[in-house]
Design a binder for this molecule. Sequence first.
Ligand SMILES: Nc1ncnc2c1ncn2[C@@H]1O[C@H](COP(=O)(O)OP(=O)(O)O)[C@@H](O)[C@H]1O
Ligand SMILES: [Mg+2]
Length: 229
Amino acid sequence: MNHTDILTVRNLNVSYGESKVLFDIALGVRPGQVVACVGRNGAGKSTLLKSIAGFIKNVSGEVRCAGASLLGVRPYDIAKMGIKYIPQDKKVFSDLTVRENLELGSYATQDYNWDQVTDYFPKLKQLMDRKAGFLSGGERQMLMIGRAILGTPRVLLVDEPTEGLAPSIVAHLKTVFGELSRKAALVIVEQNLPLVCAISEKIYAIKEGRIVTELAGDQLKTGICEGYL
Ligand SMILES: Nc1ncnc2c1ncn2[C@@H]1O[C@H](COP(=O)(O)OP(=O)(O)O)[C@@H](O)[C@H]1O
Ligand SMILES: [Mg+2]
């Protein structure tokens, strides 16, 4: 963590009602950097991304983007600052077309970078007028990421993007994340350790709501990461 971080989290504590889920989380991401968070189910990974994106109320500590505090800022305004959150549940508006779903992602910023979306996901071009409810899991994930990059995000928060997807789509997403990282900072929650080891500069292992280790450089090997899960 240092002053060049675009996203800085310090001392983050989060509860759902009486139940405390995150304890003193600290992380930092620089522009152009991919960092990953790994950990078992229930460790608090999704809660961490939701807290940064403004979806959780009971949060204390410090969350900053380029120096500006995000704590207490509404999700809509956080999105407007260029921080785009791609949730784990892959929920889309089933009755809206792919094009309409994509457009909604830029409602806050009114920034429509259509070429970027279709360059990364040529398949979406053919699907623009299809109702999103008819998409496959892989197409839906392309839509989710497409929606986030239709604007020009500074930070992408991506929750388990490859969960349940076919290997060919996972390989495509790996390339996409590698290229996107040149334009934005990425925080990826992912269970696919070979993938995160290949694309990340830094990995945080989270266990029961705490960061138990931070790995970088030649520690980014599947076997080493597994040891912390
Ligand atoms: N909306 C919620 N209300 C209460 N507890 C929750 C809620 N969402 C998640 N939790 C609990 O918080 C913990 C962390 O969940 P989560 O952040 O989803 O973990 P992960 O994404 O690592 O699987 C779990 O114990 C989970 O049951
Ligand atoms: Mg999760």
